[in-house]
Design a protein around this ligand. Structure first.
Ligand code: SF4
Length: 64
């Protein structure tokens, strides 16, 4: 059981694209959404880097 997950808060996202560039296996632009969404919430090294690179904290890791 994993106790943490990657999430994106669309209300904080400024659509900079950093998370999708750093962690394309976790975060992606999907048709019908304004902001990137989490397509895989597994907390990989890439996901951790994406979360720490998000300028607004929208992309972050939280407890499941
Ligand atoms: S890095 Fe943060 S602000 Fe930038 S697109 Fe991803 S969630 Fe949005």
């Amino acid at each position: 059981m994993e106790e943490k997950k990657l999430v994106i808060d669309p209300n904080k996202c400024i659509m900079c694209g950093a998370c999708t560039a750093i962690a394309p296996n976790n975060c992606a632009w999907v048709d019908g959404t304004d902001t990137p969404v989490v397509i895989n919430d597994k907390v990989t090294e890439e996901a951790t880097n994406a979360a720490s690179s998000c300028p607004t904290g929208a992309c972050h890791i939280e407890e499941k």
